[in-house]
Write a protein that binds this ligand. Structure first.
Ligand code: ABU
Length: 381
């Protein structure tokens, strides 16, 4: 009965909200921070999503309680019901954005269940649910991240049609070098149980080749903050630094997340002079001193998911929200303490249901990449 009802809602959703609406015009690429008024955005899709098989790269950031999920489903499509529920929420996000007059584009999902082969290994794909991981927009440039998981090697092709459209509209287009992701790209001694040795953070990837996910970067105009993680290495950071132009400064930061992968549940710029931090990972003293004049807002504890499991992420998806402008922030509707805090601080949260997307590894920020925000390139420090 429950399943039938979802099937019906899902088919309605698919009927009225087709992906890849080719009639929608692609505009200019321009986004310099996380808070200028949003005009155009990419929203991911869980269509065709495949569960990765357990591997050292997956194990490096996956909560140990979730291992059973990968053992049971690894190498197979995500269960239909998960896809259906998350798709409804993604389509709801699209509707909210479009009602705010924001142009939304969706990727063209690949057949992620097809096995592919490189000279070094074989794999299936993952999904095109998280454009934030793959595409980094800095000013008028779209950077394709190199990525670090074999399952994500070809993921960018889900976005290629739209990147080409943006290129035609004048965007600069910068694909990062792909690493081989051969066995020796990964650190054979990495053990998630000992993520720090003699005070030095350990990572599952080595420094042998360039590697980064776009979501390890966060933008505050001319200043961009990035962390090393289990998908982003120093070479990857240096590659971005050298390619984005001398008007930008890339600052490397390190906090207390023992298994880092993506900075957007650790520090989140909200508006000029306002930064939200994850109090369980970030000490104020660890922030670069340039934040001394900023208001630092500690995120409240996450509300534990009522019926969803966090297979790919920490509990802190609470902070993984999307700013529409300096005041309005799209947040997950169950995160009541966060919503209250934002209101108290003068923001206008827009709550939407998004809990069924959480098990895919992210929330609203991960599920999107803002392509155009209306504002100039400025220094906020
Ligand atoms: N992809 C965002 C997840 C980060 C986290 O696990 O907190």
């Amino acid at each position: 009965m429950f399943g039938d009802c979802f099937e019906f809602l899902y088919s309605l959703n698919q009927k009225f909200m087709p992906l890849n609406d080719s009639n929608k015009k692609f505009g200019q690429v321009w986004s310099c921070n996380e808070w200028d008024p949003l005009e155009e955005i990419i929203v991911g899709t869980v269509e065709n999503a495949v569960v990765p098989v357990w591997s050292p790269a997956v194990a490096s950031t996956t909560p140990t309680h979730a291992k059973w999920f990968f053992e049971k489903h690894g190498g197979q499509p995500f269960p239909d019901e998960m896809i259906e529920k998350a798709s409804i929420e993604l389509n709801g996000l699209v509707k909210v954005l479009e009602d705010l007059d924001i142009t939304v584009h969706r990727p063209k999902p690949l057949d992620f269940n097809t096995e592919y082969k490189t000279p070094w290994w074989e794999s299936k794909g993952l999904y095109s649910a998280m454009p934030r991981d793959v595409l980094l927009v800095i000013g008028d440039t779209i950077i394709e991240a190199s990525m670090a998981w074999r399952t994500r090697y070809f993921e960018v092709f889900a976005y290629r049609d739209m990147i080409e459209e943006y290129f035609r509209e004048g965007a600069r287009w910068l694909p990062a070098p792909k690493s081989t992701m051969a066995d020796d790209f990964y650190n054979p001694n990495y053990d998630p149980a000992t993520p720090e040795i003699d005070g030095v953070r350990q990572f599952v990837i080595s420094e042998k080749e360039v590697s980064f996910d776009a979501a390890d970067f966060t933008r505050c105009g001319k200043d961009i903050f990035v962390q090393k993680s289990n998908v982003t290495n120093a070479m990857g950071i240096e590659w971005v630094r050298r390619h984005i132009g001398s008007e930008y400064k890339v600052h490397e930061v390190e906090f207390g997340d023992q298994h880092p992968m993506h900075i957007d549940t650790t520090i989140v710029p909200l508006a000029p002079g306002k930064l939200m931090i994850n109090p369980s990972w970030v000490e104020r003293s660890q922030l670069p001193s340039m934040f001394d004049s900023w208001e630092i807002i500690e995120a409240p504890e996450p509300v534990n998911p009522f019926d969803s499991a966090l297979y790919f992420s920490s509990d802190w998806l609470t902070m993984n929200f999307l700013s529409v402008d300096e005041k309005r922030i799209i947040v997950e509707e169950n995160e009541a303490p966060l919503i209250d805090l934002l209101k108290k601080k003068g923001f206008e949260p827009i709550p939407i249901p998004f809990r069924n997307f959480y098990p895919f590894g992210g929330s609203i920020h991960c599920a999107t990449t803002d392509v155009r925000r209306n504002g100039g390139l400025e220094s906020y420090f």
